[in-house]
Design a protein. Structure first.
Length: 467
């Protein structure tokens, strides 16, 4: 659908140092931003940070106590309401309609700014309304009373009304409220397409950071009524910013399919009592990622290695501040790194080997596990995937697995069984004083790790390998 425009081609919205209040209570302070045609700006922040208030101020519902809002260099509060309505449409957070208008009647209300008083809708107005309803998949609801529709259906009708208004600026306040997944994607794809093809300006309030990351071109992050961060998504959606504003740890990565950022929030750290034993993970290729967080939450000290820099488990360890022995990307484990890993393993109370695939590049990890077992350190093997299906060493890894089982390694079927056994046998994992002396200064119960002397530095930090 190609919208006909009645405004100049250049539309620029400037918010300059506004302060907004409800009575004497200040909600926004010194907020400034500038948007141009085609921008899709996500307004993010926790509850009460001023997101909706910012949209209200831009839409002329709440005049700023201080500052100005300019639309094409004109103060928006000096313009006539009908002139603003021809350029700007709003989809509010909640819409209450007191009468049982049909869905089509509601959408046709979006044509009011383009009509004179008492003027009836023309064929053109009806065609625009129908097109907007078809785009939002609501035309089949056209004769239904608005109050008989579900929350999601009603929300799509309100979005259709905003599109029928043919705006140059679209303000969306939590637009995906009540919508199921398919409708969320269809509506957001539609809005994004209008940004790209019709140069529509969109400012949208989001609680879903992943939805914002997928569709927005930039973002404004609010905290306590002030702009905490603004700019490109890469600049705004960082683990550090999310931690500072939302008080939650989160992993931020690029999605391989969409090429957009995605945010994985982590549950707050549990206040479990600290355990006097440590666990060293032999993992890689993402097989240790979930286990690292679980073990930390259970109160264990955790180390890991050897991991290639940029491996998924390496990045998780970095994020969780877990000491790790590292190897350069794409590189096999060297003798120097192997020695550093063995040093780290000797300081652990037990070793956990995950269902990581084995090739010639990381086979040394399996040999190190066997060596630790021979030194008397308990070894647990998470055997979720048969070794035969992840052995790329012509049988060498399979033979080492058999040796581990023969020499007393404990094989478990999954993470849950591992945790159960760890909790039950915690006392058994703590080496005795005699064993501590005998086994290369094995870590005594309660002794902390020293990352500086057990972490090998990678020779380079480019490229990546998930073994």
């Amino acid at each position: 659908m190609r919208y006909e425009r009645r405004v100049p081609s250049l539309v620029l919205l400037n918010v300059d140092g506004i302060e907004c209040r409800y009575g004497s209570f200040r909600v926004l302070e010194n907020v400034s931003l500038s948007v141009k045609e085609g921008d899709f700006v996500g307004i993010l922040g926790p509850n009460g940070s001023g997101k909706t208030t910012l949209l209200k101020s831009i839409s002329r519902s709440l005049k700023p106590y201080k500052g100005t809002i300019l639309l094409n260099e004109a103060d928006i509060y000096s313009l006539k309401g009908i002139d603003v309505a021809r350029q700007m449409a709003v989809v509010p957070q909640d819409t209450t309609i007191g009468f049982s208008f049909s869905a089509l009647d509601i959408v046709l209300m979006g044509r009011n700014p383009h009509m004179t008083r008492f003027q009836m809708e023309s064929k053109k107005d009806l065609a625009i309304a129908r097109k907007a309803m078809e785009l939002t998949n609501t035309w089949h609801l056209s004769e239904r009373p608005i109050n008989e529709l579900s929350g999601g259906e009603r929300q799509r009708v309100i979005i259709a009304r905003a599109l029928a208004q043919e705006p140059k600026i679209l303000l969306l306040d939590e637009p995906m409220t009540h919508l199921d997944i398919i409708n969320q994607l269809e509506i957001m794809d539609l809005v994004k397409n209008l940004c790209v093809k019709e140069k529509l300006i969109v400012l949208a309030v989001f609680h879903d950071l992943n939805l914002a990351a997928r569709y927005c071109t930039s973002a404004v992050l609010l905290k306590n009524g002030k702009i905490f961060s603004a700019g490109s998504l890469d600049e705004v959606l960082t683990s550090e910013n999310i931690k500072s504003v939302f008080r939650v740890n989160a992993i931020v990565k690029k999605h391989l399919v969409t090429n957009s950022l995605f945010v994985l929030p982590l549950s707050p750290h549990k206040s479990s009592p600290a355990r006097k034993c440590s666990i060293h993970l032999i993992c890689g290729a993402g097989t240790g990622t979930a286990l690292m967080k679980v073990l930390l939450d259970e109160g264990y000290s955790v180390t890991a290695g050897v991991l290639n820099v940029l491996d998924t488990d390496f990045e998780t360890a970095q994020f969780l501040k877990i000491p790790v022995t590292t190897e350069a990307p794409f590189s096999p484990i060297t003798e120097k790194t192997q020695k550093a890993n063995l040093t780290m393993m000797r300081k652990a109370s037990t070793i956990v080997l995950t269902s990581v695939p084995f090739g010639h590049g990381n086979l040394q990890n399996l040999k190190a596990t066997l060596e630790a077992l021979e030194m008397g350190i308990p070894v647990f093997v998470v055997d979720e995937v048969p070794i035969e299906s992840r052995d790329f060493t012509n049988g060498t890894a399979t033979a080492l697995f058999a040796e581990l089982k023969r020499k007393g390694a404990v094989f478990v079927k999954d993470q849950n069984e591992l945790l159960s056994l760890l909790n039950v046998s915690e006392e058994k994992m703590r080496p005795s004083k005699e064993a501590t002396t005998r086994i290369f200064n094995h870590l005594k119960p309660g002794r902390s790790h020293e990352e500086s002397d057990i972490t090998a530095k990678p020779e380079k930090a480019a490229g990546g390998m998930e073994k």
